[in-house]
Design a protein around this ligand. Structure first.
Ligand code: ARG
Length: 587
């Protein structure tokens, strides 16, 4: 099979690269600067002339200013069927107008070979995405929901771009909290070995109880809890068994959330890395990085006031010891070239310190854009309508399963109100309600720049107007229904009909379709799923404009326009897929 050419932007950049080498042979390190633009002059522009000028001016160049450099860049573009015309504007922008027939041909190629044709090409082979990562026995909260949704979407985009992704759930399963949990279990449930699950019931309440005893009772419980931690970490089988049972209860709760969201990930909790910690710390010590400070063992870092503590003063390991070890493992054992951590922005400093320490150790290159590479993908808070941290009632925490169930219940009620219970089978109604309900929750999260806080509002996210999943799912279903109503066999048309983009609104839509790859690439290289949401929303807007100005059924252009409808539906579905949203075909 033919090798994918990469995004439209990259294909144009390749042409300009050739032109640059011919135009300014001395400036071998200059990379083409190509960007999409909107305006009468072109679809894309190359902006190199302006920044090239000061570099070549002093070297006796034949050119007399940036516009002349632009003219030369234009002349030296190798002939290409992509380009309809070029012009130089203003201070030296080279504008490119793409050829209609080339756009149409590219879309037809995708129609015949599948959307994989438009997968971006990345220079990464294997990535770790560390996401979701709730803590055993503690609450799985909306922050973990955000991490799950954002992490899953990033993983999907990388997978689509043919990167091998290790989806890692870095569960907090190895803290000192297990001492009190286990001790409380032994005391409260004598037959815990066969009955822990039914006896514990609600693990979060159980956690609270034991925490209360730990904090408030005389020192006896506390002391026993501390001894239990030592036993557990020493590998005592009885304590290991109790630990494993407690983890299992939590795990089942987490899985109910993942199952609703359709998210798969592999559990690699903190406990997994524990046996590797001493060896990794020894490597760091041998490099001379570990120092003694106030009884603890620490690594000092440039530009940070406090050092990273890798061994606490009581000799125990902490969150950072585990993360240093996990990073080492992922780089050296798993040979990942990109490691991505999805947590709230509150952990930015922690990751900054871990990455800095890894750079000092020579595990990561000093330059942030070289590989192997590590990135923290931080996100803001989820707020309630009162503008405060999201909670259901004043004190109670939000149970994620309940939250997702409510989204589904509401979307089902809306479908029934519109009489869909009579039109759909029972199964269709359930599936549609799930797709809309869970899709709405995901999209409301992903459409914002992840760094901003966002307000959780069911009415807003489940509205069929505005930039919502519901609106977009409807738009897609409507396109499918246009194709169905035409009565034409679309698979047959793909083989026989020709796509042309004569009407201006057809061209705008066609070009937007072709820009899918560069938007996915942008979203995943910059770790910003909202870029893809914006692309999807604009796609739907462009389709609406096309459909209101270009009648389809029964017109001479019917076959061509049906192909354009089908291409739009395919790209929309792929966007949904990358956002973790299940498309529906009729609503
Ligand atoms: N368990 C942590 C929390 O709930 C998140 C873990 C993120 N991953 C990591 N490698 N530190 O805040």
């Amino acid at each position: 099979a033919e090798d994918s050419l990469g995004s439209l932007k990259k294909q144009l950049a390749k042409l300009f690269e050739v032109s640059l080498r011919v135009t300014v042979p001395t400036e071998t390190d200059v990379e083409p600067l190509v960007a999409a633009c909107t305006g009468n002059f072109g679809d894309y522009q190359c902006n190199n002339a302006m920044s090239l000028w000061p570099r070549i001016k002093g070297k006796g160049t034949e050119f007399r200013g940036p516009p002349a450099v632009g003219q030369a860049l234009l002349r030296n573009i190798p002939p290409s069927e992509m380009i309809e015309s070029c012009s130089v504007a203003g201070p030296g922008f080279v504008n490119v107008k793409l050829s209609n027939s080339w756009i149409a041909k590219s879309i037809q190629k995708m129609l015949n070979h599948g959307i994989g044709e438009w997968a971006p090409k990345l220079s990464v082979e294997r990535a770790v995405v560390d996401f979701s990562s709730p803590n055993i026995a503690k609450e799985m909260h909306v922050g973990h929901l955000r991490s799950t949704i954002i992490g899953d979407s990033l993983a999907r985009m990388l997978e689509f771009s043919k990167v091998e992704v290790l989806r890692r759930n870095h569960v907090g399963d190895w803290g000192t909290q297990f001492g009190m949990l286990i001790e409380h279990l032994f005391e409260k449930v004598p037959n815990w070995e066969d009955a822990s699950e039914t006896a514990i019931g609600d693990l979060q309440a159980f956690y609270k109880e034991s925490k209360q005893r730990f904090d408030e009772e005389d020192g006896v419980f506390k002391e026993r809890a501390q001894k239990a931690v030592v036993k557990l970490q020493g590998g005592d089988p009885k304590y290991r068994k109790a630990w494993a049972q407690i983890c299992d209860i939590s795990r089942r709760e987490f899985d109910r959330v993942y199952q609703r969201l359709g998210v798969t990930l592999e559990e690699r909790g903190e406990s997994f890395y524990n046996p590797f910690i001493p060896g990794v710390l020894e490597k760091l010590s041998n490099l001379g990085l570990v120092e003694e400070s106030q009884g603890a063992r620490v690594i000092f870092l440039e530009g940070v006031n406090i050092p990273i503590i890798v061994v606490k003063s009581d000799g125990g390991y902490n969150y950072a010891s585990t993360d240093m070890t996990a990073l080492w493992y992922r780089l050296n054992e798993e040979k990942a070239d990109w490691i991505i951590y999805v947590t709230d922005v509150g952990q930015s400093q922690h990751f900054e310190m871990v990455f800095k320490a890894a750079k000092r150790a020579g595990w990561l290159p000093a330059d942030n854009n070289s590989y192997p590479r590590a990135n923290h993908v931080g996100f803001g808070l989820v707020l309630g309508e009162d503008g405060k941290r999201f909670r259901t009632r004043s004190t109670e925490v939000v149970r994620l399963v309940d939250l997702l169930d409510e989204a589904k219940t509401r979307s089902k009620a809306a479908l029934i109100e519109r009489g869909k219970d009579k039109e759909f089978t029972e199964d269709e109604l359930e599936k549609t309600a799930e797709a809309i309900g869970y899709g709405a929750v995901k999209y409301a999260d992903l459409k914002n720049n992840r760094l901003t806080n966002y307000t959780f509002n069911f009415d807003q996210m489940l509205s069929d107007k505005g930039n919502t999943a519901v609106y977009l799912l409807y738009a897609h279903a409507r396109i499918c229904s246009i194709i169905r109503k035409s009565g034409k066999d679309i698979e047959e048309l793909k083989k026989t009909a020709e796509l042309s983009l004569d009407h201006p609104d057809e061209r705008v839509l066609g070009l937007h379709l072709l820009q899918f790859a560069e938007n996915v690439e942008d979203a995943c290289t910059n770790l910003l799923p909202n870029v893809l949401c914006e692309y999807l929303y604009n796609l739907s807007e462009n389709f609406t404009k096309f459909y209101s100005n270009c009648p389809v059924i029964g017109k001479p252009e019917e076959a061509s326009r049906l192909l354009l409808c089908e291409a739009t539906a395919i790209v929309m579905r792929q966007c949904f897929n990358l956002l973790g949203i299940v498309p529906v075909y009729k609503i």
